[in-house]
Design a protein around this ligand. Sequence first.
Ligand SMILES: [Zn+2]
Length: 383
Amino acid sequence: MCDTFIALSDATLDGSIIFGKNSDRPYSEIQNITYYPHKEYKESEVQCTYIKIPQVENTNAVLLSQPLWMFGAEMGVNEHGVVIGNEAVWTREPLGPPTLLGMDILRLALERSRNAEQALKESIRLLEEYGQGGPCAENDSSLDYHNSYLIADQSEAWVLETAGKWWVAERVKSSTRNISNSLSIRTQFDLAADGLVDYALEKGLYQSSIDFDFAKSFGLHWREPSSFSREGIGQIMMQKEAGGITPLTMMHVLRSCESGICMHGGFRSTASMVSQLFSSKPDIHWMTGTPYPCKSLYKPIAFPPGNLEAYQPATRNQNQKSIWWAHEMISDTKKIEFPSWKEYQEDLFLKMKEVDVGQYQDITKQAFTTEQEKYSTLLNNNH
Ligand SMILES: [Zn+2]
């Protein structure tokens, strides 16, 4: 389960493009913020989660929100300002044997593209060549799904939806768009797999007397989106703010627990990310690195994120020096009143607006350090 959002320049307050995603994953899965610098390769292959594929000569620097056990990532961005989030979708096409995961495709596309269109094309190429499949959770082979993607850069955004090796893509033309675990591209799309409509007709997924509808034809138990679903509520929340959307607005939507967008339960919002993409200055990525956006601080990170040494990724062993574990220890303990980050979040947002680009790394470091110190204090007071 996940929710992914995009606000194009006509929907934001300052003309930037703003992306947001909550990654909803199995409760016990750890998701870290990871950074892989630009790299040149001598190796001929890259080991993905389940298969090896040919490696490219160079990969872009990428900043990811990455489940601990997986090659791929739930969301991420590269040094050229290409951002991608994926969604699980269930379709009438059979689930294939282990090959690339949707999350692998997401990371590979970020490593290999300089803009959203290239990332879209690379995702499609990988899908057509290798297909998609394999368990999407570490110890649960029943969690298996196809994928949809929201891909954006500083000038445009695309929704790519897939069913097995079949796909369609829609260029987001204006305002806002969101995807939420369901095929959403209907009769209007800009690109499609060769032979898609013939295949659907042959399989009896639709009748030629009506317009070809991708979601209706390929979606498993597909229904018209309801205004009470996460998809519907997300769309309404975004549209209400269209024209004035800032990263704080996006965080507000992602922190909405009543709608289920901020998910609590056996599947929970394990990590969250908001990216603000600019054409004239470095992009700023706001990442939680902790579960429950409603209880989390989004820390600003820009490329190159040198001072990420203030952040300690979680390992499988509980260790309160990592914000993941410290946050877990606090948010699971009812005795402690969880800190409200509202004021500090706004403060960080203003700081990032005011300071020179050269000071970004200092603010990143301050934000991670402040969070860690706050958790340490809370944990020590509890003993
Ligand atoms: Zn919540």
